[in-house]
Design a protein around this ligand. Structure first.
Ligand code: FAD
Ligand code: SIN
Length: 539
């Protein structure tokens, strides 16, 4: 298969990149996605998109809030780009047909979330992500030069390492280059080469599935981050995994999110004794403190009282307003037998967002030539040690747009230089059938449990070392199994989860301080203004 631009992933980052490239160039774009096209973290986003839209707000205020949440580790240049270009990208969405909630006077209705000093969240009730996917997918569908392939799983990136005669090309000066990807067609079980003449965009999202309890859907297995790492990309700040404070507690799983916007609308947190506790942890901001603070406060209350969950209570708010503002949350809880207009909602923290990822410049470029990245798979420097609520959809739009413009300019310069190297076919030597399903599901569960128990909200050197030894062993076993069996989606996802889990643990081991989302009992909390550094890993 052959295309000009290959996009991996059909969330906000991949779709918006594809649309912008299609608008700016004559390129043919192939977008592949591992399940049906709308299945992505994007599709489940509730709260909204943070952007400066009101006259009483300013980019400086948005910048300040982002830097405070990021605990001294944000790259200020990246945040400036985010806050200044964000409103234009929201306008692009509206131009593409996204329908956001408006006030009676027709202005955008701006919600409030933790860490924001003002109302700044553009949203479509509590189903912003679904609306975004709808609008972007419709625009992509109507574009003649974008093709989407569903149920196609990117296995590995193709770089100089897979060139026929790789040795000579690797001796060439300059960065290695990306030429496409090996892709598994899930229907036929065959792996094929997809060549991209001009660029590959990795927009495969985050890695919430590395944890036992996560708000992320099953696609979030960190595939792009693992693939890029194996190909030689630099991976940054993987220790900063954000735990959302309030996912619905049910005995089996904690995967349904109760949006932070619920606290923004006045929801309060109560412990099992019915006491409001956030005032003891952050007296000024209380329930609207940044997420790391609220999640740690809940964790401390759970441990202090030996309980399994705390409550989020909105029963003091007007029932009509709750039903209108949070229709999805109201309905889902009702299905589970809970009327949130009268009953407090049992909630616990769950893994939610991967702040680190493939290190990217301000224009989506990576250290691999022709390889771009955007969205949750990337590390632009915007989030630092903790992401400010609703900054991630914005980040995906702003940096996908910039990556598309970078590519456009590059193509103008490189008009007649289309190198077409010979690439090695997929190695079919793994012939055994992956019959040992029990190994795959067991290993996946074991990694998730280890990550949940040892690399969660509160960490320690001892826990990190235990997790490292065990996960490295599992990773090596999986790698060996992968080499001798036919590839399947569960096996490939497991392989990537193991790789990403190890990246998280190794990054956490390198950070000898408590900062933002990385909180360890062995090092005191660092003054956020102190000299700081990113954690970078590469092969
Ligand atoms: P995704 O939307 O996750 O898309 C990744 C795509 O890549 C998917 O299509 C997936 O199938 C595909 N893919 C993955 N691996 C492969 C592979 N190997 N081969 C082919 N395709 C692959 N952020 C906000 O800013 N505001 C919010 O209100 C908000 N609410 C959230 C609520 C929930 C429940 C969750 C889980 C997240 C929320 N977030 C929110 C975070 C935000 O949704 C994500 O960070 C953002 O949508 C990421 O977009 P993305 O395009 O990078 O990745
Ligand atoms: C939420 O609605 O609470 C999620 C917002 C986010 O993750 O940014």
């Amino acid at each position: 298969m052959d295309t000009d631009v290959l996009v991996l992933g059909s969330g906000s980052a991949g779709l918006f990149f594809a649309l912008t490239v299609a608008e700016q160039t004559r390129s043919r774009i192939l977008l592949i996605t591992k399940k049906e096209r709308s299945e992505s973290n994007t599709n489940y986003a509730q709260g909204g998109i943070a952007a400066v839209e009101s006259e009483s707000d300013s980019p400086e205020a948005h910048l300040r809030d982002t830097l405070i949440a990021g605990a001294g580790l944000c790259h200020e240049d990246a945040v400036r780009v985010l806050v200044s270009e964000g409103p234009a990208r929201v306008n692009d969405l509206i131009r593409l047909g996204a329908r956001f909630t408006r006030t009676k006077s027709g202005k955008l209705d701006l919600g409030r979330e933790g860490g924001h000093s003002t109302n700044r969240i553009v949203h479509a009730r509590d189903y912003t992500g679904r609306e975004l996917e709808r609008a972007l997918l419709e625009a992509v569908h109507n574009h003649p030069r974008i093709t989407i392939l569903e149920n196609h799983f990117a296995v590995e990136l193709l770089t100089d390492h897979q060139r026929v005669g790789a040795r000579t090309s690797l001796l060439r000066k300059g960065p290695i280059r990306c030429y496409g990807a090996y892709v598994l067609d899930e229907r036929t079980g065959k792996v094929k080469i997809v060549r991209a003449r001009d660029a590959v965009m990795v927009a495969t999202g985050g890695a919430g599935q590395a944890y036992l309890h996560t708000t992320n859907p099953s696609i979030a297995t960190g595939d792009g981050i693992a693939m890029a790492y194996r190909a030689g990309a630099r991976i940054g700040n993987m220790e900063f995994i954000q735990f959302h404070p309030t996912s619905l507690y049910t005995p089996e799983a904690h995967s349904f999110l109760i949006s932070e916007a619920v606290r923004g609308a006045g929801g309060i947190l109560l412990n099992q004794n019915g006491e409001r506790f956030m005032e003891h942890y952050d007296p000024e901001r209380k329930e609207l403190a940044p997420r790391d603070i609220v999640a740690r406060a809940i964790d401390a209350e759970l441990k202090r009282l030996g309980s399994d969950y705390v409550y989020l209570d909105v029963s003091h708010l007007k029932p009509k307003a709750i039903k209108e503002e949070f229709p999805s949350i109201y309905t889902r809880c009702k299905e589970l037998g809970l009327d949130i207009t009268t009953d407090p909602i049992p909630v616990v923290p769950a893994a939610h967002y991967t702040c680190g990822g493939i290190v990217s410049g301000l224009d989506g470029t990576t250290n691999i030539d022709r390889l771009y990245t955007s969205g949750e798979a990337s590390m632009t420097g915007v989030h630092g040690a903790n992401r400010l609520a609703s900054n991630s959809l914005l980040e995906s739009l702003v940096f996908s747009h910039r990556a598309a413009l970078h590519l456009t300019q590059r193509l103008e310069k490189e008009k007649n230089q289309k190198e077409q190297p010979r690439l090695k076919e997929w190695d079919e030597s793994g012939t055994e059938n992956a019959e040992e399903w029990v190994y795959i599901s067991h290993d996946r569960r074991e990694i998730q449990q280890l990550m949940w128990d040892y690399i969660g909200i509160v960490r320690s050197n001892h826990r990190l070392e235990r997790a490292y030894r065990r996960i490295r062993l599992i990773r090596n076993e999986i790698e060996e199994y992968y080499r001798r069996t036919k590839v399947t989606v569960p096996l490939l996802e497991l392989r990537n989860i193991a790789e990403v889990a190890l990246l998280i643990v190794r990054s956490a081991m390198r950070r000898k301080e408590s900062r933002g989302l990385h909180f360890t009992t062995d090092y005191p909390k660092t003054d956020n203004r102190r000299w700081h550094h990113d954690t970078i890993l590469s092969k």
